[in-house]
Structure formats: C-alpha cells, structure tokens
Design a protein around this ligand. Sequence first.
Ligand code: GLN
Length: 537
Amino acid sequence: MAKYVFVTGGVTSSLGKGIIAASLAKLLQARGFTTTIQKFDPYINVDPGTLNPYEHGECYVTEDGAETDLDLGHYERFLSTPTSQANNVTTGRIYQTVINKERAGEFLGKTVQVVPHITDEIKRRMLLLGTDGKFDIVITEIGGTVGDIESTPFIETVRQIQWELPEEDVMVVHLTLIPYLNAAKELKTKPTQHSVRMLSETGVHPDVIVCRTEHPLNDEIKRKIALFCNVKAGNVIESLDAKTIYEVPLLMQKEQLDLIVLKKLNIQNYKQPDLVKWNVFLDKLRNPKSTVNIGLIGKYIELQDAYKSILESFIHAGAMNEVKVNVVNVHSEKITDENVNEQLAGLHGLLVAPGFGNRGIEGKIVAVKYARENNLPFFGICLGMQMAVIEYARNILHLKGAHSVEMDPNTEHPVIDMMEDQKRITMKGGTMRLGSYPCTITKDTLAYKIYGSTSIHERHRHRYEFNNTFLKLFQEKGMVTSGVNPELGLVEIVELPNHPFFIGVQYHPELKSTVEQPAPLFVHFIAAAKAQAAKKG
Ligand code: GLN
C-alpha cells in the first residue's frame, strides 16, 4: 500500500497547487521514491475534453487517450513518468459511475446518496493508484478552493481517508495566500487562518501549510500562522514567487517540504536527492547564449494556458539549445496576404498551432505560405500540419479551394477529410482519435534525422486526417510523407526537402516533452531557428 498526500487550496484559486504538488513529487522522486500525482476536479463535465480552451486552458492528453486537466502536463513534465486515465477524476465522472451502477441495479432497494455512495466512489478512485504496489507515494491535488460547494464531497472523502488509514499513511498539505498590504506595509495572515478554520470545520486538519507570498515570511509570522492554525511550528513554509516554475522544486527543497513530508509519513530510509539533470537544465535555462524569436500562430493567444504544453516544450528545447525562446504571439485572424511580411518580420521560426473550427484559418494558411516561400523554419502541429497540406494543395498542386472538410464540408478538393471511423460518431465527449499511436518513419528524411528511429509513438487528438486519395499528387509535387501509421496508413508527418526546416505532424509532440526528455521535434525546430537567427540576425 502506498502513502497518500493530499494537497488542498485556500483563500483563492490560481495559487499553483499543481506546481507545488509536482515539485513535492519531484523531490520525493529525487530521493528514490516512486510517486504519481492525480487531480480531482469538482466540475460536472466528465472530462475537460468538451471545454473551450478559454474556459480551462489546454486539454492535456495522456498515453492511454484520456482528455485531462492541464496540470497533468506539469506532473509529466516534472516527473517524466506518464499519467493515465486514472490520474484525473471529475465530479461528473464520479456521478456517471455511480448512476450507471444504480441503473444496473447494484444498489437495489437503497437510496443512493452523496454520503456514502458518492464518497465511496471518490475514495475508491483516490486510493486506486496506490493499491498495486507501483507507487510508494500518491499525491492528490484537490481542484478548487476550500469552501466551494462543489468540492465538499472531495474534502469529506479526504476526512474519511484521514480517519480510516493509519496516521502515518496520510497527510494534508494546505496551500494558501499571504497577501501583502502595501498601505500597511504588512503581510496578512487572516485569510489563511479563515481558510484553515473552514477546512478544519469539515474535519480535515492540515499537517503542513504552504504560504504563497511575494515577500519572505519571518519566523514570527510563521509562528503566528502555526499557532492560530494548529500545525507544528516547523510545518509552515513559504513559497515565494519564482522566475520559472522549474525553480519551485528547489525552493521547496530549501524549505524542506520533502523532509517534513517524509517525517510525517514516518519514512526513514531515503537518500540524498539526485537533482543533477534538473540542475543542468536550470543552469542552461538561466544562462542562454542568444535569443530566437518564434512566431506562435494561433487563435487562442490571449490565453497563454491554451498552449501550455507548447510553451513549456519551447522552454525545454530552448535550454537544450542554450537559447532563450522569445515567443511572439500572432493572432491568426489578423494575418492577411497584404500584411504578412510585416506581421511575421523578425521571426526565426513559425509554429502553427493546433485548433478546431473555422476562425483564423485563412491567416494560418497565409503564414504557412510565407514560411515555405521565405525559407523560414516551419513547424505545424495537428491543425497546423493540416494547414500546411491545404496551402500546398492550393498553391503548388493548384487545387483551387482545397480545404479540410471540417471548415468546408462541400469543398471540391477535400485534402483533409474526416477519418472513416469518425463518420459514424455522433457523441462529442472522448470520441476523437486520442492517445498514443505508432508511427513508422522513412529513412533519409528530416523526421528520421530528428527522431533517429523508424518507429515512434506519439499522442493524438483529432477527427480529421490527410486524405490519401491525393497522396500521389502531393508526392509527385515534392511533399514527402515521412511518417505513416503502420496499421491504417494515416499520414502522420509531412515535410518539404528543399527547405531548411519544414515539417508538419498530425500528432502532438508537445504532450511528451519533459525537462529531462525534451521532445526531439522541438529541439530540432529551435536548432533550425537558431541557425536562421545566426544567418539573418
Ligand atoms: N481540428 C482538427 C481535427 O480535428 C485538428 C485538431 C487539433 O489540432 N488538435 O482533426
């Protein structure tokens, strides 16, 4: 059986519970423990796959094809171990399971209630990842803020687990905010006291309080919080604002969060933390030798969380290349034939982002054309790859009005078409082509140079695909389809040989980029941009 750490949040949302959970997991991993992190989200959607990125940021996809919260991306980027369907559970998923059981007659004769039926299902899932011996420590982040009506059943379940399991097998870390009042020149502890009191009223008592703060906390404040919140004096720690999220594990190490946790969980055998690779990465990140300007062409650019994994992949690949990646957000709706020179001036590489629907599509196609004609390194992901195909069809194959059936169902030249097995699907949730699939790469191509292998696996999230009826035509005119799904023949990678770097992929390489294993496509794309910058300045 594993030991369990629950992470709750108080005072306000957006304090970075996910980063604190991931940092703690990283420190425990560095000390030789197997850890995993799971997130329980209070909303009713069965998963975030049906949410607009403006609502909830990027939808992160796991190896096994779960559409999940973007915090799972942080967990993987920090730990370099894959998460799965079981690592993200929503209230909707819990209710769906319980209601299905009720319909199947499993509770026959009984009134189905929040306590115990909903909480029993929450408990089953909270403990699940710790039952097969794979993990020493399971960290569970409870989404939302203590006091929210929606998260009450989750908190109640944490209470039951705290009550049922041996004291040394469970603990609660509560993350709160210590605001600084400029007028009074003072840090204020009252909101924290209230949030801990609210948590205590539900019967859950925190063992550690992590205080987010813009100013260091002195011992007196820490003692005050400990006293009023009834936790041990050494168990109040500060989490100062960091320059990058990747510094947070080291900040937490300085505050001894890992040692406090190991002590509470009564774990005595642990080694000195091995953070060598992590520190090499941080060192490169902090000391770039030059800068590259990368245009991110998308339609959700007002909300950076919509492209979270892509932005983090740039950071990993930048460090690997010892350059700072300056991401220039370009709204695809604003790009036209007339202004493209101006809009994309000064860029050393162009990434056309994934997406859905018609908005901003023509701007993306204009951007691809610009990159192709001007020898600007180009990298298209999912919809971005599809736009590269459409651009080539229109301008090189002279297929006028060529399009994706997603945008123009009546197009004369459907170079991007709906996948056969998608045509029968009417339900929206969890029905795209999702998760990891194999891809066979042809030798002597850019893709082969990048991956150094003929067989790779990458993650997917799409309904449309390259239409193989046009395959020959594209090949004859110079587009190389360098990666193909071995079973279905679906085109996974397209590239142009007579270009410094032009590649589009149907899958999402950004979902597998981690600090210790940056995605090869991003590393090579940034290397190409670096070469471009050296040439053009
Ligand atoms: N909308 C496109 C499709 O469904 C691309 C999806 C994406 O970019 N993730 O195929």
